[in-house]
Design a protein around this ligand. Sequence first.
Ligand code: NAD
Ligand code: ZN
Ligand code: ZN
Length: 337
Amino acid sequence: MKAAVIHEFKGKLDIIDIPIPEIKPKDVLVKIHACGVCHTDLHACHGDWPVKPKMPLVPGHEGVGEIVSVGSEIHHLNLGDRVGIPWLYSACGQCEYCLDGRETLCLDQDNAGYSVDGSYAEYCRANGEYVVKIPDGLSYVDAAPLFCAGVTTYKALKVSEVKPGQWVAIVGAGGLGHLAIQYAIAMGMNVIAVDTGDEKLALAKELGATHCIDFMKVKPSEEIQQLVGGVHGVICTAVTQAAFGEAFKSVRRGGTCVLVGLPPEEMPIPIFDTVLGGIKVVGSIVGTRKDIQECLQFAAEGKVKAVIEEKRLDQINEILDDMIRGEITGRIVMKIS
Ligand code: NAD
Ligand code: ZN
Ligand code: ZN
């Protein structure tokens, strides 16, 4: 099968032929139709994080397709089922986190396109218990970005505990952020979007953000404090330390700062302001299988739709170069077969 494989950190991906994976009793084999390109894939290819991916690696954790082979111990899935293979490739199923519905915190998990090969390929092996079915009426291409960008921002908004009618700021209106804006509005929140460039800010406006702030032109936190007296919650999906500092300063007293983007740096937090303001700072990592089902349902009902540019697998190196330059509006989805 054709796959995009990276052999060394910061190298180029090679489009090469590798064997179709063999499945074990708890696995399914998925013929990949489409896969979104997440900024996490770029971190993986660059070896940015303290925990390194396997190498060589087939990246990709927004892969969707049809099941073409079902392991002997998987009874709830059938040939032809339309599924996605999320970042949470598998978890132990037995630890305190798995048992109480926080499976994304499991210490014994595998991650698609990171610790195991992912969906930048014509076929992908998946754990049958962790794939999620795509609702009827939602196309493969539209579904793909929801398996990471969609569920991650949907979950982060839940974690923010911002209520309908309150203000949320989305710092970084890229692949994740442009979906965060839509989920926030579908959940009844008022949105302030922060990013740069006419195209991204125009899209944020079109998607329903009340205020759109260009971080290259003004200090977003000052603007947000002036506009609404600080937001009740902020979701930071940007990939720079500076953005996290601005996100923190954008919340009002009692507000929540949700960290989602994963730059390798640290985030300095002023203790005095955090204590006196009763500010909560919390990390949020993707979402559970249940979160994915919920977030897909929003799209199936037409309340959320990723803004997508379709490309091919053999364009992956240029896609990642565009991502480094910050030149992608919405999400790139590679059509694979
Ligand atoms: P992206 O490149 O599509 O979007 C990032 C956006 O941030 C871009 O639009 C960029 O212009 C903007 N930006 C850069 N500097 C900014 C600043 N100072 N202020 C505001 N905006 C700024 O990337 P993505 O695919 O949306 O991923 C974003 C990050 O989220 C990555 O670090 C990725 O690894 C991480 N991520 C985390 C999770 C999770 O579960 N926590 C899940 C998926 C992705
Ligand atoms: Zn992702
Ligand atoms: Zn577990």
